[in-house]
Write a protein that binds this ligand. Sequence first.
Ligand code: ZN
Ligand code: ZN
Length: 338
Amino acid sequence: MSHKSACAAVKMGASTTEIQELPLPDLQRHPEGGLLRVEATGLCGADVMWYSRADEPTDQPAILGHHIVGVVEELSDRAASRLSLAVGDRILIEEYLPCGTCVLCREGDYRFCPQTALGDPGALRYGSTPVATEPGLWGGYSEYAFLHERSVWHRLSPETSTEQATLILPLSNGIQWVQWDGGIGYGDTVVIIGPGQHGLCGVIAAQAAGAANIVVLGLPGDEGRLELARELGAAFAGVDTAAALEMIRDATDGQLADAVLDMAAGTTATLEFGLDALRTGGRLLAGVWPAGATPIPLRKLATKRITLRPLRGHSYEAVDAARRAVERGNLPLDLLCT
Ligand SMILES: [Zn+2]
Ligand SMILES: [Zn+2]
């Protein structure tokens, strides 16, 4: 290996980046991993949010980027055996670095493992662990990332384009949140608040699931994304909540929506809108939760028998499903590449 250092974009503080040369890990000292040559890393809504702020989870200098695609460049014997990988393998890695032995890990819910909890000192996670935690290369906006033996990886076909490979994780969230957590299937009506990358991947997942009506709400300034939502299959994409409600009522003969996903605000106002848009027994899914307490309209929630649940990351199965969907090549993901 000729390189001795990696060029990395280190987030130093709110909206501040420094390009730094960081030493590559010495695998004699770090037998718990290897080296991933980063091919590309997608930009997540979380990266944008964390970049603009100085608080947790990136209150210390860190390399952002957790939708990481790369090629295994070097592995310790221990990591090669733990990971069942070899030099030259092309993979994507999830952001989680779970312990693999706690109850949550053993039950398959490794994304909730305390050892990979976001912002917890001592926990490890790609795209937010500080550079001060050795060996420092914990993010995708770098030439190389440390491939820890606790990594959760997925093998990529050589035919999958770099751009589409970086969209597998957002698509997995769309599948997990819309189809599996939201229960959206054939003939259903779903409302997605927030036309960002994840909202649009939610539209793709809803369309693939056979949803009859896909409604997307955004803000003034989101016109390009709302147009894209329509192109991806949304029957309604706009900023007017009253018009959206009227459309949902008309399209469902007054039955209203089966699921509402809030991927944008996490305010009482969006919860209120969601409750108005949902049928009795519908599902309200909270994808963002601002700091502080958000009052919940409990009476309306209870009288309509609404299930409120948070959206938190993706399961292994969802990433695997997204990877296979991308490999089949029949999803319009190229529209999302900018
Ligand atoms: Zn992400
Ligand atoms: Zn665990």
